[in-house]
Design a protein around this ligand. Structure first.
Ligand SMILES: Nc1ncnc2c1ncn2[C@@H]1O[C@H](COP(=O)(O)OP(=O)(O)OP(=O)(O)O)[C@@H](O)[C@H]1O
Length: 754
């Protein structure tokens, strides 16, 4: 091979015959360089031959793999010599089509049960209307004009009348709302609140005592800042009601809305709270901070506490914060004897504080909260009649995904992951005109992986322009909304490690955009209403089944069509049964089908897909290895990915276990030709530990989890601004401390830097 001083293409396959071995040996003669290189290669060859005869893995690929490295211009291996920064050691390029594990047998014909594709989260097509639920005429008109909302959805038609019923009947209760993603839960809880506040204004308009200084009347808690920002923007539309068309009444109300989510100076948040925010949207950490430290934050008149994405708010890391919040609110509201008598004279004023929990995935954990906090709780489901929580059988609780959502999965050996992802993205954006009409979200497991894939798809197509070590220093920083050099599409990225300003900017930009690919972590999985997302790619499976439901729920919203595809490794096939047990049915797609489409797009015969895919993979690898910064980025992503893999919920550990991973193959999916050795060593030893004593490891893990939970109790150590983010798998966490004290210190500093 030209320029092969640093590159050896590994074409050995399972059935290597003696002849093939002999031919490999003959390659030795062709290897350039001195005796050292030859010795190294001889050693490698010996090992390879040994491996071939003893390898326990099953391989599904053919016995020979032909790759036209030298003849294919697009590979441009010749240029490697000119790249002075290429990692300065011998590189073994293993073929992505050899040594892959066998792909389990699944039926590729349409074998799932015939599904009802009638949209399940669309506005309902009958005579029900918002007016008939008793909502204010001006509010309904305003909603129609500004949000285009005319007919209620299933959950709205069930829940809004119940949330309004206490106005006349004088009965009070807390409410749990569970319905599919994209079914309009936000309006479900906002409309009754806004309706009541408007009517309280009208009821007691002229007594001169109404002003924002009454303090906070409704608190809406969300797990992420983006969701909080989104809720505030919906509220803005609802609250700004133009002069009435129906009556001569004036709706110059005093209702002030706002958020405190961190990301701005605490002093300015304090100042806004002092003036009074009547409907406050916030993230838990920040709210607790203000409840504890902002004396002028008035909550004694609080009437509503909404937990949006309640199950997420009740998860480890949030739960304790939530309990502290509710405890303080109890002290300051229920026990408060200074309730404003004037307001309570209006029939629209709730007799007691109401808690409303909302999510598409509410289960047992909510009942736990219900057990000791909720008052007379009522469960309202999109597909069920309402019931009191005691009557709701836990066993029946299934997570519904929208009927019209087309779900599929692809069993991809680790080495083929990157090219398969490229194939999907390329086929989606194959024609330039599609640039204007397709939005895709790609979920990966950690922030470092988002950064890596963002950079790779942004820049790897122009590798030849980037052969200077310093030429692309700031690429990652500056190119947040630019066109990919691999796919004709804009690329975006979103994760919890970005600054709040950047996050908000990207979130808004992707929302407004007609087209693009967003690489993100689960920070974008919950609640975000990003318009017209056509497809969700779960490149890394979610670590919790609930996240599956929320991730795929970013498409197929409000009756619209949508597609979702899940990548799994051959060893993870059991996960499909887990999905089935939740009545989530996905159709299998063949890797070869996608790779063949890649070949035809590249104007090659579809049977040449191995050549084309290898081309693309080699180009990625060249890009990753051509600059130390890019290599480090890939290594960090690889390490964090493995780390994140270990965080799958315990009930799925038998499917997703680090010890099942082939680390070298995983490295390949990060454009690396071998697994980074430092990380590898850590993981290999942890694999050994796994095998030796899984129980012991679990114990250690649980203890660490508990300790990290304890750290959060310490208010001084808690970083309120970020504890609400899903910032999994930082590279920092891979650099293991050596002593106990260091380990503790590291845990705390990790928390502070997340
Ligand atoms: N009745 C309606 N008619 C038309 N549009 C609606 C209606 N109700 C809500 N919408 C719109 O539907 C979209 C989805 O609503 P929303 O975000 O509240 O869904 P959700 O159920 O909270 O989803 P998720 O579980 O993902 O958070 C929003 O853009 C909202 O404005």
């Amino acid at each position: 091979m030209d320029g092969s001083n640093n590159l050896i293409l590994n074409l050995v396959t399972e059935n290597s015959s003696d002849n093939e071995r002999a031919s490999l040996r003959s390659k030795l003669k062709n290897i350039g360089g001195g005796w050292k290189e030859k010795k190294k290669f001889r050693k490698f060859l010996k090992k390879e031959i040994q491996n071939n005869s003893t390898d326990k893995h099953k391989f599904f690929q053919k016995s020979t793999t032909t790759i036209a490295v030298n003849n294919n211009n697009s590979i441009q291996e010749n240029n490697l010599n000119s790249q002075k920064n290429l990692i300065n050691k011998s590189q073994i390029i293993s073929s992505i089509f050899s040594y892959n594990p066998e792909i389990p047998n699944v039926r590729y014909d349409n074998n799932s049960k015939q599904m009802d594709h009638k949209p399940s989260n669309a506005p309902i097509d009958d005579t029900s209307s918002f007016k008939s639920m008793g909502l204010d005429n001006d509010l309904v008109e305003n909603m129609k004009n500004k949000l285009g909302v005319e007919k209620p959805t299933n959950i709205q038609s069930k829940a809004i009348p119940i949330l309004m019923s206490s106005i006349n009947k004088n009965v009070e209760f807390d409410v749990i709302v569970q319905s599919e993603t994209g079914s309009g839960k936000t309006l479900t809880y906002l409309l009754p609140i806004v309706h009541r506040l408007i009517n309280i204004t009208i009821d007691i308009q002229n007594n001169g005592l109404l002003s924002r200084s009454i303090g906070t009347l409704a608190i809406i808690l969300t797990p992420t800042r983006e969701l909080a920002i989104q809720v505030v923007s919906v509220l803005k539309y609802l609250i700004n009601i133009p002069p009435s068309k129906f009556t001569s009444r004036h709706l110059n109300h005093w209702i002030v809305i706002g958020n405190v989510i961190g990301g701005e100076k605490k002093q300015s948040e304090k100042a806004r709270l002092r003036k009074g925010i009547n409907i406050l949207v916030c993230t838990p950490g920040r709210l607790l901070d203000h409840l504890q430290n902002t004396k002028s934050f008035l909550v004694k008149n609080l009437c509503w506490l909404i937990l949006d994405e309640a199950d997420r708010l009740l998860e480890l890391g949030f739960e304790e914060t939530l309990q502290s919040i509710i405890k303080i609110l109890d002290e300051k509201t229920i026990n408060s004897e200074t309730k404003n008598q004037i307001f309570s004279s209006s029939k629209f004023w709730p007799k007691r504080r109401q808690i409303i929990l909302c999510s598409a995935t509410l289960k047992d954990d909510v009942k736990r909260l219900a057990g000791y906090t909720l008052f007379n709780p009522i469960f309202i489901g999109g597909n069920d009649d309402f019931s009191f929580i005691e009557e709701k059988s836990e066993k029946n609780a299934k997570f519904n995904t929208p009927n019209q959502l087309k779900q599929s999965y692809i069993i991809t050996p680790a080495k083929l992951r990157l090219v398969t992802l490229t194939a999907i993205l390329k086929s989606t954006f194959k024609q330039i005109r599609n640039l204007m009409n397709r939005k895709i979200i790609v979920f990966v497991s950690c922030c470092d992986s988002v950064d890596f894939h963002f950079d790779l798809f942004m820049n790897a197509g122009k590798i030849n322009e980037l052969d200077d070590e310093n030429s692309d220093d700031d690429k990652l920083k500056n190119n947040d909304q630019s066109i990919s050099t691999i796919i004709p599409a804009k690329i975006f990225r979103l994760h919890g490690d970005l600054t709040q300003n950047v996050r908000t900017e990207i979130f808004n930009e992707f929302s407004r955009s007609n087209s693009g690919i967003l690489f993100c972590t689960d920070v974008a999985a919950r609640g975000l209403d990003l318009p017209d997302v056509a497809e969700i790619i779960q490149y890394d499976p979610p670590t919790d089944l609930k996240d599956y439901v929320h991730r795929v729920g970013r498409t197929a919203r409000l009756g619209k069509e949508g597609e979702a595809i899940l990548f799994i490794l051959p060893s993870e096939i059991e996960y499909i049964n887990v999905l089935k047990s939740q009545e989530i049915f996905a159709e299998p797609v063949r890797v070869e089908t996608l790779l063949k489409s890649l070949a035809t797009q590249n104007k090659r015969n579809k049977n040449e897909y191995e050549v084309v895919a290898t081309d693309i993979q080699l180009n990625f690898e060249r890009y990753v290895l051509s600059n130390s910064k890019r290599t480090t980025l890939a290594q960090k992503a690889y390490s964090s990915h493995i780390r994140a893999y270990a965080t799958h919920v315990s009930t799925e550990k038998h499917i997703f276990h680090v010890k099942k991973l082939h680390l070298g193959h995983i490295a390949k999916s990060f454009g690396l030709r071998e697994a980074p050795s430092n990380v590898n060593n850590n993981l290999v030893s942890s694999k050994k530990l796994d095998n030796k004593n899984d129980h012991k490891k679990e114990k250690i893990f649980n203890k660490e989890k508990k300790n990290s939970y304890d750290d959060q109790k310490n208010i001084k150590k808690r970083n309120f601004e970020i504890m609400n983010e899903f910032s999994v798998g930082n590279y920092g966490s891979m650099i293991g401390p050596t002593t106990k004290r260091k380990r503790k210190g590291n845990r705390i500093s990790k928390k502070l830097s997340m």
